[in-house]
Ligand binder design. Structure first.
Ligand code: PLP
Length: 424
């Protein structure tokens, strides 16, 4: 495989972009990432003309793959050709809001923003504004975007910023606990119960391997937050409209959060975020309430059209049956290969999410520490390149999720399983 054009582009990029990229994780590929020229259904073609089966799918937003079906294309192009945006409302944002309210059980009202990060930032501010409390409980290894309140590591006793540029005094309002650890949450509520504004959690950890909740974990979070007058916030930026179909992961787990953050799929491949939930809480946002929230691009007509047409297409076609079916075939095939060739590894995922985690003991991870202890260097430095050389594009490291799209085929699955067989 020739990568001359990608190397030259990266060389140019290093002169003008920090680390040569616009989002940190993209530089995880060494010695340099390949630059994409274009997509084609479930494939991407790089700057040197190499074709790959693409299981990254934009890191989550592309439910339908790279070739958007005709009504989705048409919706986007019409909005773009009428003029990009106005600074005053348009019908399509009401249409998308109504669609989400109709399908997601916990959402009575919704505010659209421009990224998942903006959604969680606003949700945290809203939870604090609504409850009049300061503290946010998060999960170690959970990811809620690049924002001050959640870029925190350590534990409940000793939270510290996980990035330079965040004051320690900010981090002190965030309490990280291990995923699936009810005892740790109980301890936090015993100590800080009357100052916990919210528990903010991903229904399934999707940015740190894939870690599934144990039975009853989310029900437990629902009960303990209710008991203490705190909010339960589900960050469904990855799982929203992917796990549990149009009802999102909360419908699959049958747990009703107070607030839900969305992103990724809800914008059909364009920059988006949203905060949905109980009307009484969402109405605390300005202008109906005292929690300030605003954005020049929020509810952008092109994004709203892309999101609405994508979700409508999914409602009217066999999208979830297709992606979940291929997800099952991938996971079943991978289970067989792993059992045969690397029994210490773990196949994780559900619906259209999948990942082989290079665990050392064959035990499915229950929290971030388990994933961290897996063979991260082997995944990234050896395995990723082996797959890429076989024309299979996987996420950049052991931690990012992989996604099936409507553009993928049985043949893509077969080729991918063959490649795993050779590379593992
Ligand atoms: C991707 C992601 C975010 C951040 O969204 P951006 O659009 O990248 O800002 C937040 N939470 C979760 C669960 C995510 O997967």
């Amino acid at each position: 495989m020739n990568h001359d054009n990608s190397r030259e582009l990266y060389d140019r990029a290093l002169s003008v972009l920090p680390g040569g990229v616009n989002s940190a994780v993209r530089a995880a590929v060494e010695p340099y990432p390949f630059f994409v020229q274009k997509g084609d259904n479930g494939h991407v073609i790089d700057a040197d003309g190499n074709r790959y089966v693409d299981w990254v799918m934009g890191l989550g937003p592309l439910l339908l793959g790279h070739n958007l079906p005709e009504p989705v294309q048409a919706g986007i192009q019409q909005k773009a050709s009428e003029g990009p945006m106005y600074g005053t409302p348009t019908e399509v944002e009401v249409d998308l809001a109504e669609f989400v309210v109709r399908h997601v059980p916990s959402v009575e009202k919704i505010r659209f923003v421009n990224s998942g990060t903006e959604a969680t930032t606003s949700a945290v501010r809203l939870a604090r504004g609504y409850t009049g409390r300061n503290k946010i409980v998060v999960n170690q290894g959970g990811y809620h975007g690049a924002q001050e309140s959640t870029l925190v590591e350590g534990d409940a006793e000793n939270p510290k910023p996980s990035s330079a540029g965040i004051p320690q005094s900010f981090a002190e309002h965030t309490i990280p606990v291990p995923f699936n650890d009810e005892e740790a949450v109980r301890d936090v509520f015993e100590k800080h119960g009357d100052d916990v504004a919210a528990v903010l959690t991903e229904p399934i950890l999707g940015n740190y391997g894939i870690v599934h909740p144990e039975d009853g974990y989310h029900e437990f979070l629902r009960e303990i937050t209710e008991e203490h007058g705190s909010l339960l916030v589900f960050d469904e930026v990855i799982t929203g409209f992917r796990v549990g179909g149009l009802g999102c992961a909360q419908s699959e787990f049958d747990v009703t959060p107070d607030l839900t953050t969305f992103g990724k799929i809800i914008g059909g491949g364009f920059p988006v975020g949203a905060i949905g939930g109980r009307a009484e809480i969402i109405e605390q946002f300005a202008p109906s309430g005292p929690v300030f929230q605003a954005g020049t691009f929020s509810g952008h007509p092109v994004t709203m059209a892309a999101g609405l047409e994508t979700l409508q297409f999914a409602a009217e076609n066999d999208v979830y049956a297709h992606v979940d079916g291929l997800g099952d075939r991938l996971r079943d095939g991978l289970e067989d290969i792993v059992a045969d060739q690397a029994p210490e590894y773990t196949v994780a995922g559900t619906a259209s999410m999948f990942k082989v985690i290079f665990t050392r003991d064959g035990e499915a991870p229950t929290n971030a520490a388990d994933v961290k202890n897996a063979e991260t260097d082997r995944w990234r430095r050896i395995f990723w390149g082996q797959m890429k050389d076989r024309g299979i594009y996987l996420s950049q490291n052991q931690f990012e999720c992989q996604f099936v799209s409507y553009g993928h085929t049985d043949e893509d699955v077969e080729r991918t399983l063959e490649a795993y067989k050779e590379a593992l």
